[in-house]
Design a protein around this ligand. Structure first.
Ligand SMILES: *Cc1c(COP(=O)(O)O)cnc(C)c1O
Length: 494
């Protein structure tokens, strides 16, 4: 199977090349030429481990990997780093099914893909005779940075450098990053915001002079960004796995439609569900849940994508986003896989901050339902699930749970639904505890960790225990214009 660019159909690459490149030439994204069909019967999938399911799904997309390579990557990714053998367990509460995607090293769903991406990347480099050491350069607003650090730490042949806004992440997120172990890891706080970190990183990616200096010293850059198909493909796995486990436990019959609810930011997670559905998995509605940055809700209800609006800071920061990059893959598809049409729309987005789609394109969005939850509605969902089911959900999952309630009310659809639970409540202790009871308002995150344990009955995760005691090992802070000098310093190419 080959992958082609959403902005230029002439550009075709293998899966391993797409993983190495990340982004296509003119800002396009790589998409598979067609979505493969699931080969294994549901009865067999129902009995499979996470790792075996991963192999059966991923081999259909990553066709230039040998069985041995792919199984090796899967084995090294989904191991004891996860605190449960199930890897992605389903928890039933108040009639809903929560697919817990936060049992990996950094307790957010980014681990599902970022624990395997480094291994896919190394295998891809070998396959394409890349001899340079690979330097992963990432700007983060919190979750991706730590998950990428944990994924790449200690992986031979790679270095990882993460830039984060010094005053723009939560105390737990910062502590998670600056305590990261591993000689090949580098973490830098910048005096600036996330956009500046992101722009600085993009400039380095496109700096030809820098690329030459890097190559002379035996290095090349690569990206762990969520548009990499090496992140998208592993995310398809857990939808297949969840469906199969719902069948195995008798919650649904094989072939019965299952709705999916996804708290959405960059549109990566829900796009993976869409791909799973297109592989033949019997999914029903794909319910796209936004927080108050509801650009996607507006898009689904009007057919116009418009990012010209105020950027709001919410208590679900990983969904605070106005440009949902992975949506481009859906737009390309509903434009009839028309690269020129897609490119025009994306250029309009860049130029004017908005674009509209045709009625014919809109008619193809019937798999999706979009809605959003306000800060109050999300907090109420946390309180309600705690009070009625003794189950504590995080602020992002709460957005999905609140939107699911709206969906049920509006449509009366009684099909069962799986809600993607994207982070452990321990990652956002302050907001979660304040939602449960006003008396916790204003107390620091780390202080509330033990109280959350007592209240939820869920043991404090290793990821939190480790950083409570750990010393900061990364202390570099720099001004925005100095980012490149810092990178050169780390790599010894002054
Ligand atoms: C990244 C993230 C999301 C959003 O996922 P997308 O794939 O960007 O839509 C939701 N919740 C949490 C906790 C995240 O870290």
């Amino acid at each position: 199977m080959l992958y082609k660019s959403t902005r230029n159909k002439e550009e075709k690459v293998t899966a391993s090349q797409a993983i190495l490149k990340g982004l296509a030439e003119n800002g396009g994204l790589f998409v598979p030429e067609e979505i493969p069909a699931l080969e294994v019967p549901m009865e067999e999938l129902a009995a499979m481990s996470y790792q075996e399911t991963a192999y059966q799904v991923m081999k259909l997309f990553l066709t230039d990997f040998t069985e041995e390579e792919l199984r090796g990557c899967i084995k090294r990714a989904y191991d004891e780093k996860f605190d449960t053998e199930e890897i992605a367990p389903i928890r039933k509460a108040k009639g809903a099914y929560f697919l817990e995607l936060f049992h990996g090293a950094t307790i957010a769903f980014k681990d599902m893909a970022l624990s395997i991406l480094p291994h896919l990347l190394i295998a891809s480099a070998k396959k394409n005779q890349v001899e340079n050491e690979i330097v992963i350069l990432t700007a983060t607003s919190g979750d991706t940075g730590k998950a990428a650090l944990a994924g790449f730490a200690g992986v031979a042949g790679t270095k990882i450098i993460v830039f984060y806004p010094k005053d723009g992440v939560s105390p737990i997120q910062e502590k998670q990053m600056v305590t990261q172990k591993g000689d090949n890891t580098f973490v830098v706080g910048i005096h600036g915001n996330f956009d500046q970190a992101q722009t600085g990183v993009k400039q380095m990616f496109s700096d030809k002079g820098l690329a030459e200096e890097m190559a002379a010293a035996g290095y090349q850059f690569s990206s762990a960004n969520s548009i990499n198909i090496g992140r998208l493909v592993p995310q398809i796995v857990y939808y297949v796995y969840a469906y199969a486990k719902m069948v195995a436990s008798g919650e649904i019959a094989s072939g019965e439609a299952l709705n999916v609810v996804v708290p959405t930011g960059n549109f990566g997670n829900i796009l993976a569900a869409f791909y799973a559905k297109n592989m033949g998995l019997p999914l029903g509605k794909l319910i796209c849940a936004s927080n108050e940055n509801k650009v996607l809700y507006d898009f689904f209800s009007t057919g116009t994508y418009d990012k010209n609006r105020e950027f709001l800071l919410t208590s679900s920061p990983s969904m605070d986003i106005l440009i949902s990059s992975n949506l481009e893959r859906l737009i390309y598809r509903i434009a009839g896989n028309d690269d020129q049409k897609n490119r025009e729309l994306m250029e309009a987005l860049q130029r004017e901050g908005k674009y509209g789609i045709t009625p014919e394109m809109r008619a193809q969005l019937s798999d999706f339902y979009g809605n959003y939850a306000t800060e109050e509605e999300a907090a109420a969902a946390i309180r309600e699930f705690y009070e009625k089911a003794g189950y504590v959900i995080d602020t992002h999952t709460a957005v999905a749970a609140a939107v699911y309630q709206k969906y049920q009310k509006e449509t009366g659809d009684a099909k069962k639904a799986v809600i993607a639970s994207t982070a452990s409540p321990y990652k956002f202790t302050r907001s979660v505890m304040a939602a449960i009871d006003g008396k916790y308002q204003g107390r620091p995150d780390f202080e509330l960790v033990d109280e959350l344990e007592a209240l939820s009955g869920v043991k404090v995760p290793r990821a939190i225990e480790e950083i409570r005691k750990a010393e900061a090992v990364h202390k570099t802070v720099c001004e925005v214009p100095k980012m490149q000098d810092v990178v050169k310093g780390f790599l010894g190419i002054a």
